[in-house]
Ligand binder design. Structure first.
Ligand code: ZN
Length: 342
């Protein structure tokens, strides 16, 4: 089969299309003929190499994908060949105390498709049947591929972890990333007033179209002071944070007393300057969140499939242009998801 691969970690020039063996499936797996594969920032980190991540080479990246079931394992009863499906990219052991409690992303053996094992940027991908969700006949593959990772991440972070309520102020740092475009819609749906920051007025306008209420351009204004001013020196109830070191201290300062910061990533680095007094004196909660459990995946994807939450797609490119796709994502110029079409 045709697949996007790399033989060693490095820049976009390491990516190339190669002929790879079609995956063989186990009794509890399905084989999916991939129609669309969406990029996440994780794809860039995996290509560049992550500390402690040892991959058999060549590696096929891609966590998000949608397609048609080509083969089902002997034990699979609920799915059939020919069904159109999308994929939950979180893989767990299914047997530990956390998996048994329905908290798959707390599993000690938690893995992400395309990070720890062969991913979706290929003609075929193998996934456990429990990670597959059927999609309606008229739901586009590009959207079905674009949604899962960012929507399940933003859903768990804002709904399950930060417990955003109607009437609260939620600050989303950075407007253009896939997770931010999901978080804006989820916070808005929860009834919050949504603050968004970006260095681009064009991106802020697009965020407004998604439902953002308060737009702050951090290139022209000091965003933390602006938040303070716009909330009458109170601060926001919740900060949704994936930027990391570059904004950490200001993000905590932007919280109201007793507010919650939920972190899902650290794009600009994992070791921020910390101000412990800001945490205990203001009594803020720092919440970590990673991916989601199966229930959260089903909850948020049902809203996506019903059209109540919309994946935002920046660009669709053919698989052969994967280098351009990675370059665009790395540039930060995109608004929403970059999708590779097979
Ligand atoms: Zn487990």
């Amino acid at each position: 089969m045709k697949a996007l691969t790399f033989n060693e970690h490095g820049g976009i020039e390491k990516l190339h299309i190669a002929e790879m063996p079609k995956p063989t499936i186990g009794a509890d797996d399905v084989l999916i003929n991939v129609k669309a594969s969406a990029l996440n920032r994780l794809d860039l980190f995996v290509r560049e190499g992550l500390p402690g991540l040892k991959l058999p080479m060549p590696h096929i990246p891609g966590s998000d994908g949608a397609g048609v079931i080509a083969q089902v394992g002997a034990n699979v009863r609920a799915l059939r060949v020919g069904q159109r499906v999308t994929i939950n990219p979180g893989l767990s052991c299914g047997a530990c105390e956390f998996c048994l409690a329905g908290e798959q992303s707390l599993c000690g053996d938690f893995k992400i498709l395309g990070e720890h094992c062969a991913g979706t940027a290929a003609e075929f991908v193998r996934v456990p049947a429990t990670n597959v969700l059927p999609i309606p006949d008229d739901f586009p593959f590009e959207q079905a591929a674009a949604a899962p990772l960012v929507f399940l991440t933003a859903w768990r972070a804002l709904v399950s972890r930060a417990k955003v309520r109607a009437g609260e102020d939620v600050l989303i740092l950075g407007a253009g990333g896939g997770a931010s475009t999901a978080a804006i819609q989820i916070a808005k749906k929860a009834g919050a007033r949504v603050f968004v920051t970006s260095s681009s007025d064009a991106k802020l306008q697009k965020a407004k179209e998604l439902g953002a209420d308060v737009l702050i351009n951090y290139a022209t204004q000091e965003w933390d002071k602006q938040v303070y001013k716009l909330t009458n020196k109170r601060g926001v109830d919740v900060v949704f944070e994936s930027v990391g070191a570059a904004v950490w201290l200001k993000a905590i300062r932007a919280l109201r007393r007793g507010g919650r910061l939920v972190t899902i990533g650290a794009t600009t680095g994992p070791n921020p300057q910390e101000e412990i007094r800001q945490i205990f004196w203001k009594q803020v909660d720092i919440l970590g969140s990673t991916m989601s459990n199966q229930r959260e995946f089903a909850e948020v994807m049902n809203l996506v499939l019903r059209g109540e939450l919309k994946p935002v797609i920046d660009t669709v490119l053919p698989l052969e242009r994967a280098q351009d796709a990675h370059a665009r994502l790395a540039s930060g110029e995109q608004f929403g998801k970059i999708v590779l079409a097979m």
